[in-house]
Design a protein around this ligand. Sequence first.
Ligand SMILES: Nc1ncnc2c1ncn2[C@@H]1O[C@H](COP(=O)(O)OP(=O)(O)OP(=O)(O)O)[C@@H](O)[C@H]1O
Length: 221
Amino acid sequence: MLHLDRLSVSLPDTGPIFAPVSLVVQPGQVATVMGPSGVGKSTLLDAIGGHLAPGCRVHGDVRLGERSLLSLPAERRRIGLLFQDALLFPHLSVGDNLAFGLPARVKGRAARRTAVEVALAQAGLAGFHDRDPATLSGGQKVRAALMRTLLAEPRAVLLDEPFARLDAGLRADIRAFTFDHARQMGIPVLLVTHDAEDAQAAAGPVVELLAAEQFPSGFRR
Ligand SMILES: Nc1ncnc2c1ncn2[C@@H]1O[C@H](COP(=O)(O)OP(=O)(O)OP(=O)(O)O)[C@@H](O)[C@H]1O
């Protein structure tokens, strides 16, 4: 279970930028965060993943199970991330991108290659191991990047508008593919989107981030 408990973020020179948000995401559930552009949705995900810029401060708490994540560095939180941009490392082949996500305990060239080939096949990308990521279509890139994220066996996944660049028909397919895979892993998923159809398809709780100034005073700590 991913639990946001009155979570907000201060930037280096500001008070909290959005009103505190509380949310429980159960394993296998996809929750949605919506809100106007610039309100702080990506910043919220950065706070959960441990990727805030120096000088930013987190208010409230983020727990995975019973454990607060806030004292852990990003690499120990085991939170998977999937963004709209920079989905794949351009200097690595598609297969090596997926291998990058594999945990160290999958040892040996052959075992790692097999794990990657299985994931590529699951993503409908059999035979794509040696392809340059630049040659993939938008939907193929999202599927490959999702598999890289899931191969790392994350304990929760954060999705920051990963479908935004896809056209409408493809978007529904890739969205279903993403949610199905995340649900199969039985982990909590948090989706940032501007699209009400994304939120409907996610079928989990929806929270709307409000700018802090819309929130009654007395919140600043
Ligand atoms: N490290 C930082 N230093 C200063 N300001 C920052 C920093 N990171 C984010 N911001 C600012 O914080 C605010 C929230 O940005 P964020 O990208 O989280 O919004 P968003 O809701 O995800 O927007 P969009 O929907 O347009 O992607 C913006 O005003 C942004 O410029």
